[in-house]
Write a protein that binds this ligand. Sequence first.
Ligand SMILES: Cc1cc2nc3c(=O)[nH]c(=O)nc-3n(C[C@H](O)[C@H](O)[C@H](O)COP(=O)(O)OP(=O)(O)OC[C@H]3O[C@@H](n4cnc5c(N)ncnc54)[C@H](O)[C@@H]3O)c2cc1C
Length: 569
Amino acid sequence: MTEATRSALRSEELRAVREAQRTTVLIVGGGINGIALFRDLSLQGVDAVLVERSDFASGASAASSHMIHGGIRYLENGEFRLVRESVQERNALLKSAPHYVKPLRTTVPIYSTFSGILSAPLRFLTHRTGKPKERGAVLIKLGLTIYDLFSRDGGSVPRHKFLGRRRSLQELPQLDENIKYTATYFDASMHDPERLALDVLQDARSSNAGSFALNYVEAIGSDDTGVLVRDRESGEEFSIAADVIVNTSGPWTDLTNEALDRETRFMGGTKGSHIVLDHPELLRATQGREIFFEHSDGRIVLIYPLKGRVLVGTTDIEADPREPARCTEEEVDYFFDLIAHVFPKLTVSREDIVFRFSGIRPLPRHEDTAPGFVSRDYRIELDESGSVPILSLVGGKWTTFRALGEALADRVLAVLGRGRTVSTAGMTIGGGTGFPATDAARSRWQQRHLSGSGSRADALLARYGTRAADVWKHIEQCGDRPLAGATLSTGELEWMVHNELVVRLTDVVLRRTSLAFTGDAGFDVITRIADALAPMLNWGETRKQQEIERTVQYLDDAHGTSLETLARN
Ligand SMILES: Cc1cc2nc3c(=O)[nH]c(=O)nc-3n(C[C@H](O)[C@H](O)[C@H](O)COP(=O)(O)OP(=O)(O)OC[C@H]3O[C@@H](n4cnc5c(N)ncnc54)[C@H](O)[C@@H]3O)c2cc1C
C-alpha cells in the first residue's frame, strides 16, 4: 500500500480497528519503543494495532536530552554490551536518519588528573551504590579509548582528542579558566525526536495495510475478548482481541499491567528535567558543541546548542509515575549553578528560559542503587499465565530503538511461531531516504523537488527530510498562507492533518513542529493555528476555544511557558 492511500484521518483508522475487533499483536504504548516494534512487525507482514493514550512520542520519548549516544559513562557500570550496541546504532542512525540525526562534537571540561580513577573501574565488578565522584582525566581517557574501539566501523565519527588548558581555552575562551584539560569526541544529536518517531510510525503504516496506529486511545482493562480501550476523544469504549499483547508503556509499564489484571513490579523510573534558553552569548560560547561534564556531586550535565537555543539538563531523581513530571524551581537553580561552574563569565537568568520539560526514564526497579548507576539496558518479560500472552518491555533508550524493536519483535514472532522475513538493520527511515549528503547534492535536490519554495526550502528539508517533496507538492496544489512567521503555513498544516495523525492543537505546537521548544508558540501563533485547524478537523467554536485553553494551560503547567511569556511572543 502506498503512503498516499494511507493518508487517512484518525477516524478512518479507528473505524477500521473497531470493525475488525481483533488483530494479531496489540501494542500498548506509542513511545519510540512501541513504535519501533510496530514497524518491525508490520514489515514482517504481522498485523498490529498500536494504542497510545496521548499523542505519539509524548511520554519519556519527548523528554530526552536529544542525544543519540553510545553512553560512554555506562562503561563505568560495566555495561559493555549496551555501549557497543548503542555505538553501533548511533553510527547506523547517522546514515539511516540523516535528516534528524547529526554528528555532535562533544567536549568534556576536566578539572583533575586522577579523580574517580580508583573507585570507578571497581564498579565494573562490584555493586553500584554510593555517591558518584567527579571523573578525572585518566579515567575519561580510558573510557574514550574503549569508546573509539567500539566506534570502529569505517569512520562514522572521528576519534577523540585531548587538549591541555591553554589550547582548550583558545578553542572555548568562555570556559572556566581553572580547567586542566578538555576531551573532545563525537556522539550524535537528534534534532526532532518526535518527528523521527513519526517517520518510523509512517514507515510501518505504509508497509502493512493491516497495521493501525491510534493516538488518544488508552488501554483501561481487560475483558473476555481482549483488551478494553477507551477513545479519549469520544469517550467510547471497545475491545480489541489479539494473539499477543505487548506492553511498551515505558515508565507506566507496571500501571498498564495492573489495568490488565497482572501485578508486576518491574519499573523504578527516575525523573530528569531540562531547560531551553534563548541566550545568544551562551550559544556562542558552546561553539556548536555539546559541553558534557560532571558537577561536583558526580551528576552528568549537558549544555548543548539546538535550534538556535541552548538545552541544559539534566537531573536524576526518584519519581512516582502516577504524578506528572515537572521541572521545579530547585532544578532550575541547579542548572544555573552548573552554567556558572563551566562558563563563569556569563550571566543567565529565568527571563532567558523559553521552555522547560521533564520526564521519567523507564528504568528497572533498582532498590538501593543510586539513580545515576541504574542499568540503562533493557529486558523483556513474558507472562503466559492468562489466556493471552503478555510481553512487557523494561527499559530501553532512544538510541537503541531499532535494535530493541528487533529483539522485541523476535520474541513476539517466537510466541506466534513465525519467522523473521525482513531486517531493519541499515534500512533508511522516512525522509532520511535519499537525503542529500553534501551541500552540492542538497542544492540539486532542492532545485529538483522544492523549486519555487524560495527561502522555505531549507526549513522544509530540515522538518521533513526528503518527504518535503510531497509536502511542497501539496502546498503548491492547495494554496498557502503563513501562520507562524516563516516557520509554518496553512498548506503545511493541512498536510500534517492528512498525513501525521494530528488530533489536538498541542500535537502541532509541541510535536509536529518545534514552536514551543524554541519559545515561538506565542498566544497569537497558537490562536492562528487553532483558527486554521478548526475547519480541517471539523471543530466548532466551542471545541476550538477548548483547544486554545488546553494548550495555554498545558504550556504553563508542563513547560513553564506562562501566559505572560506567551503574550510577549
Ligand atoms: C530526562 C531524560 C533524558 C533522556 N535522554 C536520553 C538521551 O539523550 N538519549 C537516549 O537515547 N535516551 C534518553 N532518554 C531515554 C529515552 O527517552 C527513553 O528511554 C525512551 O524514550 C523510552 O521510550 P518508550 O517508548 O519505552 O517509553 P515512552 O516514550 O514513555 O512511551 C510509553 C508510552 O506509553 C503510553 N501509555 C502508558 N500507559 C498507557 C495505556 N494504558 N494505554 C495506552 N498508552 C499508554 C504513554 O502515554 C507513553 O507515550 C532520556 C530520558 C529522560 C526521561
